[in-house]
Write a new protein. Structure first.
Length: 757
């Protein structure tokens, strides 16, 4: 259960200004106290900007149950998750996701392979973090390009930027019932000989999660086999655990830093490994499989089905990841005319993601080596091997502080080199080399009762890749599997220089009322997959084809918001309109189109092409509530709602848009005790894209209670009890590629223990 007091959910547009944040922080919340609101977005640390959408404290995350990044922030206004089981949850901001929403760690983009597949997780470590910041507007341009949706920045203190005064050791443990999960965390922070040292280690293991009764949709069986599977179906109904929904993770990070009046320098190293099941995987038929079936008589085919028809049901499909990250970070306080501060950061990322198959039943049935060889020869291929995704990246940034008495301003130079490759049985894209160079300018100024923020960046993006298309082969040679077939490979290069800007303006209309407006025009270069993908993507059940001629996507966004706070009451409303020229999306073929090319049905998968069309996203967020002061604390009642509509210019709907949501909450905050009951009402989504299907609504009831035990000269102990999906509701996430096959988990109770010495 995520413990987010309802009053800490400020709407997006309203968070652009100092006035709204300041009034909000003064009114009531602990979670925004860490945000320094005395200056603009031009601060070097994202935790010091004045215009975040949301800031979730590290204490909230550290005392909550372990979840994916997207699920950890899914109950915030305007923020949702694109899930693929328990391990994967890619963030969505106002209907935008993927490459439009960048995930950052300490202000630097996480260079994993989450953009290469819906089943790939965001490789961020949420153990012992300081806070999570969700940001739009000028400040998001400071840290990443193409952020038409915004950024999600995970902040930790691995490289301490101020001296650690008191050494501390923290030990944590966690259990969950829905997946028999457990986790342990150990962290240390101290100063030894003038050097700050931080270390965090986490180990967690979570089995297949339980789903509500009726949540699993069984595939239809042929009538002749229906009786054979009656017992099996009954067993599956009785055992309501979703296969291949398990998750294991081990992470550690070590940081060293030296701090003085001159500034700071530091280095950190992080190593994270995970292993998780893939709860859905599309079936793909090879050409030689089809030929084999055609060339054999029906008797042999029936016999083959009897022996092997169920082998995929016992197939174990899983992914393992490993990321190694080296960070250098520093700043120098200077007095060189206009230059008063110089900051730098460097990150080297080495990321690997391996997807594998284990066919237990197949292996058991074929202990006889001779039979295995015969089976392999007949089909022309053996058991499917692993697929390895890698991404090696280097990023370097220089920030020149040019603040003066009139204007707060910074100049930023950023370079990125990134090599992405996919090798193995299910490789659907050839290697891609990418480079980015950025020059940015950022400024803020207060004048005549207004606050003005401005961000401008010029990006040069280059991507070099290729597309391999299989040649048509003469039918006479189709049976000659030993003959090597040459494929045609075409080299492609994308390069573009673009300019993006964002402007935010705020005005205090009174002591209780604040008006905010924001305007941004953001250019986004097509991602590598959108340009060069060409092959079966079984995780989505599609044969995806990119387009190397795609144009730069241009997003023009306008925000307007109003916020009221007085005497414990708070209310806010914000409206946004985001017009996206040449919006890039994945378009599925229709059933008729699929039948038209039956001679090449792409292995039975749905053909999906990356295309471009103008689109518009508009919506609103609102919140009202009241805080009542009690003798021992305070109680807050709140209601919030968010809505987004995504349409193409022809009136059709953008795929996988978040449904309208209503959030009802009651929370208590007192001396060393916090509790919250939240009801999330997700409405039915009927605005679906071409060839899409509607998704039923659902109601999610969550509860959390956290108690801190503080004793003089003894450790501080936090004990938390959670309940998620207390109604055991069948829930499907409309934004997910696998909403039918992978429902959300059922009722879950959890316990977490943290002791700080």
């Amino acid at each position: 259960m995520k413990k987010y007091p309802a009053i800490t959910l400020p709407p997006m547009a309203l968070c652009f200004t100092l006035a709204s944040l300041n009034a909000y922080a003064e009114d009531q919340t602990d979670e925004i106290e860490e945000v320094i609101v005395t200056s603009s977005f031009t601060r070097a640390n994202l935790s010091q900007i004045e215009n975040p959408l949301h800031v979730v404290s590290g204490e909230t995350i550290n005392n909550g149950l372990t979840q994916s990044l997207g699920e950890s922030i899914d109950s915030l206004l305007g923020v949702a998750s694109n899930d693929y089981g328990a391990a994967v949850g890619q963030p969505i901001i106002r209907g935008l996701t993927g490459d439009r929403v960048k995930t950052l760690s300490n202000g630097i983009v996480v260079r994993d392979v989450s953009g290469l597949g819906a089943d790939h997780l965001n490789e961020v470590d949420l153990a012992n973090i300081e806070q999570i910041e969700i940001v739009r507007g000028p400040s998001s341009l400071l840290y990443a390009n193409g952020t038409s949706g915004g950024i999600v920045n995970v902040v930790d203190n691995a490289i301490a930027r101020s001296n650690i005064e008191t050494s501390s050791l923290q030990i944590g443990a966690e259990t969950q019932t829905v997946n028999d999960g457990y986790a342990g965390v150990l962290s240390y922070a101290g100063n030894v000989g003038g050097v700050n040292i931080t270390y965090t280690y986490k180990d967690g293991s979570y089995d297949n999660f339980e789903v509500p009764e009726g949540a699993i949709i069984h595939a239809d069986h042929d009538e002749e086999h229906a009786d054979d599977h009656d017992d099996e179906d009954a067993h599956e109904e009785e055992n309501r655990y979703l296969e291949n929904s398990d998750f294991e993770v081990t992470s550690q990070k070590l940081g060293l830093s030296k701090v003085g009046e001159w500034g700071h320098v530091g280095i950190s190293y992080a190593d994270q490994k995970s292993l998780y099941g893939i709860p859905f995987h599309g079936e793909h038929e090879d050409e030689h499989d089809e030929d084999h079936d055609t060339d054999h008589d029906d008797d042999h085919e029936d016999e083959h089905e009897d022996e092997h028809g169920d082998e995929h049901e016992d197939e174990r499909i899983f992914s393992s990841t490993e990321s190694k990250t080296l960070n250098l970070d520093g700043s120098f306080n200077l007095d060189l005319g206009p230059l008063n501060k110089l900051s730098f950061s460097y990150r080297n990322s080495d990321y690997g993601f391996t997807e594998q198959h284990e066919e237990g039943a197949h292996e058991d049935e074929h202990d006889d080596d001779e039979h295995e060889d015969e089976h392999e020869d007949e089909h022309g291929h053996g058991e499917e091997g692993p697929t390895l995704f890698t991404n090696d990246a280097d990023e370097f940034r220089l920030v020149f502080g040019l603040d003066n008495a009139v204007l707060n301003q910074q100049l930023v130079l950023n370079t990125v080199s990134e090599d992405t490759s996919i090798i193995g049985a299910e490789a659907f894209m050839n290697p891609v080399d990418s480079s980015e160079t950025t020059l940015g300018y950022y400024a803020s100024k207060d004048f005549a009762g207004f606050s003005l923020d401005l961000g401008i960046r010029i990006d040069r993006t280059e991507r070099d890749g290729s597309i391999t298309a299989a040649e048509d082969h003469d039918e006479e040679h189709e049976d000659e599997h030993e003959e090597a077939h040459e494929d045609e490979t075409t080299q492609h290069a994308y390069s573009a220089t673009s300019t993006s800007f964002a402007l935010a303006l705020s005005r205090d209309l009174s002591d209780t009322l604040t008006l905010n407006a924001g305007l941004a025009r953001v250019n986004r270069a097509p991602a590598a997959t959108e340009l060069f993908m060409n092959g079966p993507h079984l995780a989505t059940g599609r044969y995806e084809v990119g387009d190397p001629t795609l144009d730069t996507e241009v997003s023009t966004n306008f925000d307007l918001g109003l916020r009221y706070t007085a005497n414990g009451y708070f209310a806010s409303i914000s409206y946004f309109n985001n017009a996206v020229d040449d919006y890039i999306y994945l378009q599925d073929e229709t059933e008729d189109e699929h039948e038209d090319h039956a001679d090449d049905d792409h292995g039975g998968l749905t053909l999906a092409n990356y295309m471009q069309s103008d689109a518009t996203f508009n919506g609103y967020e609102l919140e009202i509530g009241k805080t009542f002061d009690l003798a021992t604390g305070s109680v807050t009642l709140a209601y919030a709602r968010d809505s987004v509509i995504g349409e193409f210019d022809d009136g059709s709907n953008v795929p996988r848009i978040v449904p309208n949501r209503n959030l009802y909450s009651i929370s208590y905050s007192g001396d060393n005790l916090d509790a919250q009951l939240m009801l999330k009402d997700v409405e039915k989504q009927t605005k679906v894209a071409a060839n899409g299907t509607a998704t039923d609504g659902y109601t999610m009831l969550d509860f959390s209670l956290t108690k801190a035990f503080v004793f003089p000269q003894t450790p501080t102990v936090h004990v938390a009890v959670f309940g998620n999906n207390l109604l055991d509701e069948v829930a499907r996430n409309h934004t997910s590629f696998v909403k039918d096959e992978v429902p959300l988990p059922g009722r879950n109770f959890g316990f977490k223990f943290n002791m700080k010495i």
